[in-house]
Design a binder for this molecule. Structure first.
Ligand code: CA
Length: 219
């Protein structure tokens, strides 16, 4: 799951990044409003955590522009404590949830996960795609009711495909999700993980669309 954190405060951004990465998110961060507006409008994110007070473009303006352009990712805004006006304006601008500062990281992570589940149309923490079942809280996988032991890397790949639904995911998108931008691994690193997963999950779970990428058999 890809997460964009838009926060100009380095300390809060680092704490958010740690907490969300530990919870299985691949986290990217923007520290100013214009960079955030561009990233959110051009990249696919499963969840965006948006601070409202930002240099160069404020959070509410970014959110209004994203929604006007049809950007559909769930957005959780960080508001000043006691500022009901910010909350109202934020919801009106298209925020899906809000959290007043200061907040507990555990609460933020729980809300972020809940928003991702809601936006993928699954209210329960279990995702079922064909014969495959993911428990997103315990981060476990079963096929036809039988538990399958996966490494954290393998789980993240399956979870990413599961959240993508019927959308075909390119190898480069998976590469970035698994290893981040800075890593220089080749696309065949993704193929190797896919091959291991096919041995563990059975051949019919991950489908290849030749020349495009991968998706889960929807069953
Ligand atoms: Ca700020």
């Amino acid at each position: 799951m890809r997460c964009l954190i838009v926060e100009d405060d380095d300390k809060i951004a680092a704490d958010l990044t740690d907490a969300l990465a530990r919870s299985g998110f691949h986290v990217e961060r923007c520290a100013d409003g214009e960079a955030a507006w561009f990233a959110g409008g051009t990249e696919h994110y499963d969840i965006i955590v948006l601070d409202l007070g930002l240099p160069r473009m404020d959070g509410l303006s970014i959110l209004r522009r994203w929604r006007a352009e049809g950007m559909g990712a769930p957005v959780l805004i960080l508001t000043a404590r006691g500022s009901w006006m910010e909350r109202v304006e934020g919801i009106d601008a298209g925020a899906d949830d809000y959290l007043p500062k200061p907040f507990h990281m555990e609460e933020l992570v729980a809300r972020a996960r809940s928003l991702v589940r809601r936006s993928t149309g699954h209210a329960s923490p279990r995702l079922t795609i064909g014969a495959l079942e993911l428990d997103t809280t315990r981060q476990t996988v079963a096929v036809a009711g039988q538990p399958v032991h996966l490494t954290p890397l393998e789980y993240r790949l399956v979870s990413y495909l599961a959240h993508a639904g019927a959308r075909v995911v390119t190898p480069s998108e998976l590469l970035e999700h698994l290893y981040g931008d800075q890593d220089s691994r080749e696309a065949n690193a993704v193929e190797a993980v896919i091959a291991r997963l096919r041995r563990k999950l059975g051949a019919g779970v991950i489908a290849t669309r030749r020349g495009f990428g991968y998706h889960l058999e929807q069953g």
